[in-house]
Design a protein around this ligand. Structure first.
Ligand code: CA
Ligand code: CA
Length: 568
């Protein structure tokens, strides 16, 4: 029964059905069990939210927070604090709009402990008091905890707008676990229709906004068994925020079996990085290890600006670390601007990654048995179009299956469009790169049967530079180029890249000695076996700055691999 309702919530959210009919308040499918509107009908829902005006910059609770009426009649000597306002929305759930009095323009509220998570649902917090589009109230904390957070969303239909959150490890934490249940994990909950906009999340904490699968001491990250929680993050909107981060501007990595991201819109955010990633979307940890994978669908990532020091601008993934059988599908990465230079100590720097099955458990948690690899993940229907990528990128757009230090097997990336991007890097790198299996030979584990099929690479303008990065040596010359396809690297066996159309790209290579604007390479490295690149169609591309324009090699320091424009 409960799961049936959840499926309804998912489907309807995806269709946008939850937008209210004119004159009626939207039904708010908060955490499971909030479906009473089905029985009671629309008439029981208040049309207008009740307004709570915060007048105190203190962080005290000296009021009666049992209801809004009680709070108004007994707010305490300091008036209504933000903490008291949120307590009321939790103690007496309904539709609320939390505002701040005009006297609070330019003020700072210092939190002495976490604010209560938003558990009631249907709460908006508006910090843009004068309505000019910029935040007027700042939240800071005295907590020095590793995962300090400003605001936690643990329900549906909430809206955060116009606040500055400064010096927290995480600005907004979206997680149904409230701590009230002790170590008991919440399960089968849906957090839907939350909107986070116009926030300034400053001070270079770890993550700006974090979709967090509930944690447990007994399962999940760093444990032998995954947690199975069936949490759905549905129809989340993140728009127009300014974020400074060291780990991830937006961390959308779900970590438990059965968890889902169903519909997310991430647009017009400005992300400044001091390390890490602008946006991480994928499954991380060990979901699916028990046969119940975590799934992601229908995500729009558009018009965001990401710049600074980092590893990757936007990382779209099916299956990270030990995730098994994940599916990520329907992701559109459009018209973003990314300008990055590598993090200190690292040479690689990626603009946009499109990955299935990457990295491995024991590279993160070496003591956790059994050792397993990210196997059988599928990433499909991904569009990367109209983006502008620049800086010291080793890879502009990377599409990879079974990649990372210790790659998995049978991962598949399919149906990808890479179109109309402008990619210019200072480095002797790759504009667009498709590669299978980059397993570290020291780990002695084969990445087998990974595939990339059905890729359109068209109308991109690509320019690669002259800068050599430390530690790459011959690599620059072997794989440097505008568009580079490698069927299998090092411990890759039976890797496949097939059905790729490369059309009307403009490629400028500034370092002539890479010898190839478009490269097809069957396999690289002495342990690469039976990998192949086939059925690649080239139409009207223009290459300048290097000869030949197109290079096809079956093996580089390898044998038994195969590359061909035709073939089967
Ligand atoms: Ca008070
Ligand atoms: Ca303002």
């Amino acid at each position: 029964m409960r799961r049936t309702l959840l499926v309804c919530a998912i489907v309807m959210s995806t269709l946008g059905w939850l937008a209210p009919p004119a004159g009626a308040a939207p039904p708010l499918p908060t955490v499971s069990g909030s479906w009473s509107w089905v029985v009671t009908g629309f008439n029981t829902l208040a049309a207008e939210p009740a307004i709570i005006t915060v007048a105190a910059t203190t962080d005290k609770v000296d009021a009666d927070t049992s209801s809004l009426e009680a709070l108004r009649s007994n707010p305490g000597p300091d008036g209504i604090s933000l903490r008291e306002a949120i307590e009321v929305t939790n103690n007496d759930p309904g539709s609320y709009a939390i505002a701040f009095s005009a006297a609070l323009i330019g003020t700072t509220i210092t939190l002495g402990e976490y604010l209560p998570p938003l558990t009631g649902g249907g709460v908006s917090i508006e910090g843009d008091i004068n309505g000019d589009g910029t935040p007027d109230v700042t939240l800071v904390t005295t907590l020095q905890e590793e995962w300090s957070r400003a605001i936690q969303i643990a329900s549906s239909g909430n809206r955060l707008h116009g606040l500055t959150l400064k010096g927290f490890a995480v600005g907004v934490w979206i997680d149904p676990a409230t701590g009230a249940h002790g170590d008991e994990l919440p399960t089968h909950q849906t957090l839907a229709d939350n909107v986070i906009s116009g926030l300034a999340i400053l001070g270079f904490g770890a993550d700006g906004i974090y979709f967090h699968s509930p944690a447990s001491p007994d399962c999940g990250y760093g444990k032998p068994d995954p947690c199975r929680t069936y949490i759905t993050f549905a129809n989340t909107t993140i728009t127009g925020n300014t974020i400074e981060a060291l780990d991830a501007g937006l961390n959308m990595q779900i970590g438990n079996s059965g968890d889902r991201i169903e519909g997310a819109t991430v647009t017009d955010n400005t992300i400044k990085l001091g390390g890490g990633a602008g946006l991480e979307l994928g499954q991380a940890g060990n979901p699916g290890d028990d046969g119940v994978p975590a799934q992601i669908s229908d995500v729009l990532i558009a018009r965001n600006s990401i710049e600074g020091i980092g590893v990757v601008g936007i990382n779209v993934m099916a299956g990270g670390s030990r995730a098994q059988g994940s599916t990520t599908e329907g992701v559109r990465v459009l018209d973003n601007r990314i300008h990055l230079v590598p993090q200190k100590g690292l040479s690689t720097c990626f603009g946009i990654d499109v990955l299935a099955g990457t990295d491995a458990w024991y590279t993160i948690w070496p003591d956790v048995d059994p050792v397993r690899y990210p196997d059988g993940n599928v990433l499909r229907d991904v569009e990367v179009a109209g983006n502008t990528l620049s800086g010291d990128l080793t890879h502009g757009v990377l599409v990879a299956a079974g990649s990372g230090g210790a790659a998995g097997s049978r991962n598949h990336v399919l149906d990808v469009q890479i179109e109309r991007n402008v990619i210019s890097t200072n480095v002797i790198g790759m504009g667009v790169s498709l590669s299978v299996g980059a397993a570290d030979e020291r780990l002695n584990h084969w990445a087998t049967g990974n595939q990339i099929t059905g890729v359109e690479i068209s109308a991109n303008r690509i320019s690669t530079g002259r800068t050599r990065l430390p530690g790459f040596g011959q690599w620059h010359l072997d794989v440097g180029g505008g568009i580079v396809l490698v069927g299998g690297i090092s411990l890759s066996r039976d890797g496949v890249i097939r059905d790729v159309r490369i059309a009307e790209n403009e490629i400028k290579v500034k370092f002539a000695a890479v010898h190839g604007g478009i490269k097809l390479i069957g396999g690289m490295g002495p342990t690469a076996r039976r990998n192949r690149v086939t059925r690649v169609r080239l139409v009207a591309n223009h290459v300048s700055g290097t000869r030949p324009a197109v290079s096809v090699r079956s093996n580089i320091d390898a044998r038994t691999n195969y590359a061909s424009l035709g073939g089967s």
